[in-house]
Design a protein around this ligand. Structure first.
Ligand SMILES: C[S@@+](CC[C@H](N)C(=O)[O-])C[C@H]1O[C@@H](n2cnc3c(N)ncnc32)[C@H](O)[C@@H]1O
Length: 288
């Protein structure tokens, strides 16, 4: 169980403007921190539909809220939320969609999932272990140029070429199969440790790439805007500039949406949950 407070909980609830009896989607269930608070405001007459592409999150949802009369969970990427809405005849009748992007603390903390350079584990990083390939497999065959592009585009890593060359040189000696090996290669290439681990940006880049996080976000935003009821709310919490840029542009360019809220994380948010340090919340409303 995640001991941290959900990121920007009050702001997310205010952004959603939860209405008792309404229909809401938590597109990134995680461990259900936001979901629990939404359910409390919703009452028995409403419906909260969770989505998560991680089977462990889905299992948590079933254990935690499986008996609730007003909650359902689907094991799917959130760009599939349109399908759920069609199946349940709720097109244009969803009062709010929440997306709390990125990885959850339990995903990061579990070494076996391979997200963390702090805990040694298999180099995987897939949120959905049934989909796509582990980072280790991709890194074993990608060219130095492809690796450098991923590190640069998704991690804004300025040493991308140097790190990519080091990875390609190291894998000739031994296959890179663990997070510890990769973290060490990056650390050796970058030299001295500062306050932030030198592998932070590379791990972020590989995670975003292997999970197609930005592609899923673009598709998910488009689906969400299509299914909202007039006056319905879209609330997105993002954690780095690449995500936030996509959300900001989407809201700006979608003529049916009106921006209603933008919150940047402050020190209190970071104390509540260290993951919130770089968070930005944006909320928009479907014009009536
Ligand atoms: C930051 S956590 C959410 C935490 C949650 N709000 C809570 O309070 O516990 C993000 C979750 O979203 C899931 N996720 C990320 N991208 C997704 C996507 N495109 N589709 C479905 N789930 C996604 C991850 O597997 C993870 O469990």
């Amino acid at each position: 169980m995640d001991s941290h407070r959900p990121v920007m909980l009050e702001e997310a609830l205010a952004g959603l403007a939860v209405r008792p009896g309404g229909c809401y989607i938590d597109a990134t269930f995680g461990r259900g921190g936001h979901a629990a608070a939404i359910l409390e405001q919703l009452g028995d007459g409403g419906w909260l539909q969770g989505f998560d592409q991680d089977p462990e999150a889905v299992a948590t949802a079933r254990t935690r809220f499986g008996d609730a009369p007003n909650f359902g969970i689907r094991y799917a990427r959130f760009d599939a939320l349109g399908e759920w809405v069609v199946e349940t005849d709720r097109v244009g009748a969803v009062d709010g969609v929440l997306m709390d992007l990125g990885v959850s603390s339990p995903q990061l903390d579990n070494a076996a999932r391979g997200f963390s350079f702090q805990h040694d584990g298999p180099l995987d990083m897939r949120m959905d272990p049934e989909r796509g390939e582990p980072v280790a497999d991709w890194l074993s065959r990608a060219s130095a140029e492809e690796i450098a592009d991923v590190l640069y585009i998704y991690g804004e890593e300025r040493a991308s070429r140097r790190i990519a060359r080091a990875i390609v040189a190291a894998r000739v000696e031994t296959p890179i199969t663990t997070t510890g090996q990769l973290a060490e290669i990056v650390r050796r290439t970058m030299g001295r440790r500062g306050r932030i681990h030198p592998a932070t940006r590379s791990f972020q880049a590989l995670r975003i790439f292997i999970n197609d996080e930005l592609g899923a976000l673009e598709a998910g935003l488009a689906r969400a805007a299509e299914i909202l009821a007039p006056g319905g709310r879209l609330v997105v919490i993002s954690f780095h500039s690449l995500e936030d840029r996509i959300v900001k542009r989407f809201i700006r360019d979608a003529s049916q949406l009106k921006a209603v809220q933008r919150v940047l994380a402050d020190e209190q948010h970071a104390r509540d949950n260290p993951r919130a340090r770089s968070a930005v919340l944006r909320a928009a409303e479907l014009r009536a």
